[in-house]
Ligand binder design. Structure first.
Ligand code: LLP
Length: 421
């Protein structure tokens, strides 16, 4: 359930008509609903209520400071993957003891910053990374708390570009090498461990891969404990899928996922960490955009928007389906056409939908690209020297710009032309 619903034929974000935001802020613009973020976070919390746990929201999904502050106030921790994300989480007021640091290639500077902040744990993905962390911690006179990210060799399905839990993926330590790796941590100064970590993929649409991976890791934890490692925490990563396409998607609900994990954890004496990103942020945002031109008469009808692949890359990069809806429903919208919905960037891949049946549209009409709250604004770039899309958050009857649209001047000011050119 999300708070982008029609009221009197007008699509609204909570109580604000999207047309009003378009008028006041311009398009394209990302619009988020605070109530939807809150709801999704609480639904996840509720799903895990019978577990000793906390939620480390995966900052990469939507890292706007306003969003992080909202989640921090609800008690969220953070899963970060860079010094930049760490800084965002700290500025948003997230408790460092609820921050986990993931990623295959952390730099020593990032390790220093995280040790200084006193984060809960580093999710370490390789032996060389472990050695680097050990040396940084010794140099700082600290001991770094570590969880090894285990690659359980489970196929989570979904798009190949976001699958992470198979042995051939770059992520984590091969489960067959895990026992040895934990012994290495024990023998190494500057690092200590009480935790195991995994993350097997994203937009996972069934519980089966999670169950398979959890079974494997619980077996491993048993062995590690038998080897004398005091494992107390199991970080399950993120990955729970969401509904992008009402007619075709039926991912497990957080409640079913929570129940499954609760069953598996029974009697294990383990604390759970969850790192959801998409399931919190995905349906809490839309990309509001305007029809610039409609080109028809040839092989296809093209609806050309003012948003493009640089603003929202999921359809181009993962062939992702996103529902696209008119913002205003009127008489002409009862007539349907099949069209390609595209952006103005000079690439054929700059396409949001192919042969989509859409209510008939005219130049200047507003449309909402749905489910764009996760991996939307965070993956935007300035390709074609297009300014980064601004972001707006709505709460009830009020809204606020939480990232402004840069001017062309803002975009060019970091560039230098050397004297010798
Ligand atoms: N934890 C780790 C270590 C991760 O790498 C990720 C996502 C998450 C948690 C959160 O996963 P989620 O709950 O959001 O599935 N850009 C892609 C998604 C990449 C996901 C990367 N890792 C997309 O637009 O679909």
């Amino acid at each position: 359930m999300n708070h982008f619903q029609y009221k009197n034929g007008e699509l609204c974000a909570e109580n604000i008509p999207l047309a009003q935001i378009a008028r006041e802020v311009g398009t394209p613009v990302y619009v988020y609903s605070a109530a939807t973020f809150t709801r999704h976070f609480k639904v996840f919390e509720d799903a895990a209520k019978d577990l000793d746990h906390f939620i480390a929201y995966s900052v990469k999904a939507n890292s706007n400071l306003a969003v992080l502050t909202l989640l921090a106030k609800l008690g969220a921790g953070a899963d970060v993957v860079s010094g930049g994300e760490l800084e965002r989480a700290l500025r948003a007021g997230i408790d460092p003891q609820k921050i986990v640091f993931s990623g295959v290639g952390k730099s020593k500077d990032e390790m220093r910053a995280a040790l200084k902040a006193g984060i809960l744990q580093f999710n370490v993905e390789s032996l060389p990374e472990l050695l680097a962390l050990s040396s940084v911690a010794i140099e700082m006179g600290k001991v770094a708390p570590v969880a090894l990210r285990i690659n359980p060799d489970v196929d989570a399905g979904g798009h190949e570009k976001i699958s992470t839990g198979k042995a051939e993926n770059k992520f984590g330590v091969d489960i067959r090498l895990a026992e040895e790796a934990y012994n290495t941590i024990r023998d190494l100064p500057g690092v200590t461990t009480q935790s195991v970590d995994m993350h097997i993929g994203s937009q996972i649409d069934s519980l089966a891969p999670f169950e398979k991976a959890i079974d494997k890791i619980l077996k491993l934890i048993k062995k590690l404990r038998a080897n004398g490692h005091d494992i107390q925490t199991y970080d399950l990563g993120g990955g729970l899928g969401i509904t992008y396409d009402d007619t075709n998607d039926a991912p497990p609900l957080p409640a079913a996922y929570g129940q499954m994990v609760t069953e598996k954890f029974k009697g294990q004496n383990l604390k759970a960490i969850f790192e959801p990103g998409r399931s919190i942020a995905g349906n809490a945002g839309i990309l509001l955009t305007k029809v610039r031109y409609i080109k028809s008469g040839g092989a296809r009808t093209f609806v050309i928007l003012d948003a493009a692949m640089n603003d929202f890359i999921r359809p181009a990069l993962y062939s992702a389906h996103h529902d696209i809806d008119p913002v205003v429903i009127n008489k002409s919208t009862s007539e349907y056409i099949d069209c390609d919905i595209v952006g103005p960037v000079c690439e054929t891949g700059d396409t949001f939908a192919v042969l989509r049946s859409m209510p008939k549209m005219s130049e200047g009409d507003l449309v909402a690209i749905r489910s764009a709250g996760a991996y939307g604004a965070v993956q935007a770039c300035e390709y074609n020297t297009r300014p980064l899309v601004p972001e707006v958050i709505v709460s009830g009857n009020k809204f606020e710009i939480i990232r402004k649209r840069p001017s062309i001047e803002d975009m060019l000011k970091a560039e230098r032309v050397p004297d010798w050119i």
